[in-house]
Write a protein that binds this ligand. Structure first.
Ligand code: PMT
Length: 409
């Protein structure tokens, strides 16, 4: 898929820059040609000589370089690429991209580019969690930039752990393939998906949760990306890898999920597959609740915000298509019909999450699903299928419902 593709790789300044050398090698192994731009900070970590030796081309570093401008020029550099990859993308570089700054070669080329952009962030977990970074990520996702990673794990700084590690070179290659493969029915569309459970803390070690694995929501996000959409996936805690070519926002609680969903808008379609906890502990104990000699504690609950209903009722930023799921254990279709009207969504996909569903491992957690699609037109009963097949079918329906992209004449 990468054979004969022209990749422009922008290497930002971070310790993960050493992995970008391997990325060059992996891209070239697959037949891509790779041009490299390095920021000034990147050159503290790896040398242009090393990047040039692996890419077999001159590495570009300066905005005002007479020789380079004469040779190719930074505007041409941005245009003569099928895909621009920014890896590692530092917090600073992403902030520049989000705000349209162009004070060095890397940021100027990114601003001048009309090509698809794939970003592999790498930074300290606190920088990644900072609301300023979250705003920039949301802005870039809304601008059509795709993300791969960051992954969670140990940082170069001793003792630091959390999301912020750059995705591995092969993950970036897979995301690049997805990004390039896609001139599909959802190209130019932004699709927002929620997935997985939420965890609602009771005290520092206990939480309220449910059995959702995220398999269905993640499959939908992956299918939408394959269909060409720019996809934002807001995921509760799951044991699944981030789907390739998808911007993933990891959250724990329903309130965090709502904030991440709102930050990701606008979207053309929003699909709510997450099993959001309806209630949370009314107060979260600051210390572990002790058992010794105490009476069994009462657990007063408070209602969580309804994310689907909130988005479906937005006056200005309501996605054109708002799709919910309904997890029912009895009267599946009838209850889901009521839920669709109560929550104000366009379609609802009802599934039977009771042990009677007949699905190995259950619909929550298992690999299959049996869907009843409810819309204002009535009820469609889909055959039992893998979650991947359900996702493909739903994405095809979304593409048909949104129709061709309106272009300005
Ligand atoms: O994750 P898997 O193991 O693959 O399982 C898939 C699934 C069973 C979780 C999925 O197919 C599914 O049914 N998701 C919705 C589960 C659910 O919470 O259903 P609900 O009937 O309680 O909620 C109805 C809709 O409102 C859902 O779209 C839900 O995301 C949304 N909701 C619910 C509560 C809340 N506070 N905010 C919400 O947005």
């Amino acid at each position: 898929m990468l054979a004969h593709k022209r990749i422009l790789l922008v290497i930002g300044g971070g310790i993960a820059a050493y992995k970008s050398l391997d990325l060059i090698r992996r891209l070239k192994e697959r037949g891509a040609s790779v041009r490299v731009i390095m920021t000034a900070a990147a050159q503290h970590f790896v040398t242009p000589l090393a990047a040039g030796a692996l890419s077999h081309t001159k590495v570009f570093t300066e905005l005002f370089d007479r020789e380079a401008e004469h040779d190719i020029g930074h505007i041409r550099l941005s245009r003569e690429a099928d895909l621009v990859i920014v890896a590692p993308a530092t917090a600073d570089l992403m902030a520049k991209m989000a705000h349209g700054l162009a004070d060095d070669l890397a940021s100027a080329v990114l601003l001048a580019s009309d090509k698809p952009v794939l970003v592999a962030p790498a930074m300290n977990p606190l920088m990644w969690a900072n609301p300023a970074t979250a705003r920039n990520v949301a802005q870039l996702a809304a601008d059509g930039v795709a993300f791969v990673g960051p992954n969670a794990g140990a940082m170069a700084e001793r003792g630091e752990d959390g999301p912020g590690r750059m995705a591995e070179p092969l993950e970036i290659v897979a995301a690049a393939e997805t990004r390039l493969a896609v001139a599909g029915p959802l190209t130019g569309r932004h699709v927002l998906v929620t997935s997985g459970p939420t965890h609602e803390p009771i005290d520092p070690v206990r939480y309220i949760a449910n059995r959702s694995s995220g398999k269905q929501g993640h499959a939908i996000a992956a299918a939408a990306a394959r269909a060409g959409a720019q996809v934002t996936l807001v995921s509760g805690p799951v044991n699944l890898p981030d789907p390739a070519g998808v911007a993933v926002r990891h959250v724990e609680t329903a309130r965090e999920m709502l904030a991440a969903v709102e930050a990701a808008l606008p979207a053309d379609a929003a699909i709510f597959a997450a099993a959001v906890a309806d209630w949370r502990a009314a107060t979260e104990a600051g210390e572990k609740m002790k058992k010794d000699g105490q009476a069994i504690p009462a657990l007063p609950l408070a209602e969580n915000p309804d994310i689907l209903a909130t988005v479906a009722r937005l006056a200005n930023r309501r996605p054109r298509l708002v799709i919910g799921f309904a997890a029912e254990t009895e009267n599946v279709v009838a209850y889901a019909q009521v839920k669709r009207l109560r929550k104000g969504c366009d379609w609802i996909l009802a599934n039977d999450v009771s042990p009677r569903s007949g699905i190995d491992g259950g619909v929550m957690g298992g690999d299959e699903n049996l869907i009843h699609l409810i819309s204002e037109k009535g009820v469609e009963h889909w055959p039992r299928a893998s979650k991947a097949e359900v996702a493909e079918r739903l994405v095809a329906r979304v593409a048909t419902a949104l129709g061709p992209l309106e272009t300005l004449s």
